[in-house]
Design a binder for this molecule. Structure first.
Ligand code: NDP
Length: 481
């Protein structure tokens, strides 16, 4: 499809980031060598090796947990809450000051478009620190009981889709409530967490309050299993979430799990089609579809199916795929070769099961990992592409005739993280959202986030909430509110 405008390249310079050839672990306020092996982190858009990072061993994890325990007992736990808040405000301001550096590094290591890392990931990460900084000295008034107390040491494991933002979602509430942390970033995206470690040093955060231990699944497993961890917070696949729940069962550890999703984005026939199309695009192609709450199942009322689909395909034809550092890019690279294999496999299964695949004409770069925006029609609820989390730019379209059918189909999933409703009628928004079993429901918008709003799932999407007042409870002693 020919686009309306030809865009000249508008590359963001990468000279602002200084990627070191190798990194140690950040333990007790310092970068130190690990005792394990090393691994390479790669730019998914070019397959260029960016740096070599440490694979934290169980010994390294133990060292980090001990540092976090010391910091909790001696410094961070006893500190006046208002003073903890000052550190968080300082970190938030430093994230803003160094925003461009974080954004470029995130796009290099993750493959996401600079437009998103610059305008979404990094500002949202700073917003989470600002939000929680404000809570630090107001916890007595949060409705979570008088003088709520921290849990102790939090072991936090995060995925690769929003490396910096997930770090903020985990670290900011933990610190604001007086806990100390050991965080393990994902194997393929460790660099912004290591840059964040520098920010902790710059903010003069007391040693041991934040520890970053890079590594792969085994490092995460050691952290989760460590006997001196009081709280485990995990975001990632449902499969690993299950394993973690098993390993934590029967211990004193508190656990929050933010797992997969297969969100329904429901469009009624009275919805403004152009607006809905923008919301559908944002719902599934944002961050290449590597989004746990992505609107990956489009449920469209039968009477507007053809009109909406034509409009959607026209719009998808204008999306620009390519260099994540180009400011015009809408869709960047798939984060890893493994993830690309998974997306391809599920798409092939979709076709084999009888769904129809549509992709716009587009040229993909020769190097790196790419997958074009894809729409499947003739999808039935039993198809794997309608049930499994693809975690890529792949939309499945299903239809419905009545509101009841829409609700039944939307809820027909093992997940329950998010959903969307598009309609002109306010009363319909209220009645439908009330019946959707999803932790977050957007109306006439999609993929909107705010630190004041709790986020989390039902069913196999996990339990516990992050953000908002509810997110604080997950890091405080007392009953699970
Ligand atoms: P994982 O769930 O394996 O990874 C999430 C994090 O957990 C990573 O830091 C990972 O380390 C770590 N980890 C892996 N195994 C263990 C373990 N046994 N104990 C503790 N920590 C562990 O996700 P993948 O990256 O493998 O992605 C696979 C699929 O999961 C995707 O295709 C997607 O469908 C889904 N996914 C969902 C996410 C969500 O937000 N809902 C996020 C990411 C993936 P490391 O990466 O270093 O191996």
């Amino acid at each position: 499809m020919t686009s309306l405008f030809e865009y000249a390249p508008a590359p963001e310079s990468r000279s602002i980031v200084d990627v070191r050839p190798s990194y140690g672990l950040f333990v007790d306020g310092e970068f130190t060598d690990g005792t394990g092996s090393t691994m390479k982190t790669v730019n998914p858009a070019t397959e260029e090796v960016l740096s070599e990072v440490t694979v934290g061993s169980s010994e390294d994890v133990d060292r980090a947990v001990r540092a976090a325990r010391r910091a909790f007992t001696r410094v961070w736990g006893p500190m006046r809450p208002a003073d903890r808040g000052k550190y968080l405000f300082r970190i938030a301001r430093l994230l803003q000051e160094r925003a461009r550096e974080f954004a470029v590094l995130e796009s290099l290591d993750n493959g996401k478009p600079i437009r998103e890392s610059r305008d979404f990931d990094v500002p949202q990460a700073a917003a989470h620190f600002f939000h929680h900084a404000g809570w630090a000295d107001k916890l007595d008034h949060a409705g979570l009981g008088p003088a709520p107390r921290p849990l102790g040491v939090a072991g936090q494991v995060i995925p690769w889709n929003f490396p910096m933002l997930m770090l903020a979602w985990k670290i900011a509430p933990a610190l604001a409530t007086g806990n100390t942390v050991v965080l393990k970033p994902a194997e393929t995206t460790p660099l912004t967490a290591l840059l964040f470690a520098e920010v902790c040093q710059q903010a003069d955060l007391p040693p041991g309050v934040v520890n970053i231990v890079t590594g792969a699944g085994e490092t995460g497993r050691s952290l989760v299993a460590h006997p001196d961890v009081d709280k485990v917070a995990f975001t990632g696949s449902t499969e690993v979430g299950r394993e973690i729940a098993r390993s934590v069962a029967g211990t004193q550890k508190r656990l929050t799990l933010e797992l997969g999703g297969k969100a329904a984005n429901i469009v009624f026939d009275d919805a403004p089609i152009d607006q809905a199309v923008e919301g559908i695009v944002r719902g599934i192609f944002f961050n290449q579809g590597h989004v746990c709450c992505a609107g990956s199942r489009l449920l469209v009322q039968e009477s507007v199916h053809d009109e909406l689909l034509a409009s959607l395909q026209r719009r998808i034809g204008t999306l620009r795929i390519g260099d994540p550092l180009d400011k015009n890019t809408d869709i960047g690279a798939i984060n890893s070769a493994e993830q690309l294999v998974r997306i391809r496999e599920l798409s092939e299964i979709g076709e084999a099961e009888g769904a129809r695949r549509w992709q716009p004409e587009c040229t993909l770069p020769d190097r790196g990992w790419w997958f074009p925006p894809t729409v499947f029609t003739d999808v039935s609820a039993a198809h794997r592409i309608a049930r499994d989390e693809v975690f890529g730019p792949v939309l499945s379209v299903l239809t419905f005739r009545t509101p009841d059918e829409a609700v039944a189909k939307a809820n027909n999933t093992t997940y329950g993280l998010s959903a969307g409703v598009w309609t002109e009628k306010g009363s319909r928004i209220l009645s439908i959202t009330d019946r959707l079993r999803a932790g977050v429901v957007w109306a006439n918008t999609f993929n909107e986030f705010d630190p004041t709003s709790p986020f989390g799932g039902y069913k196999q999407s996990g339990y516990g909430r992050e953000g908002g007042r509810q997110g604080l409870a997950a890091y405080l002693q007392g009953d699970d509110r």
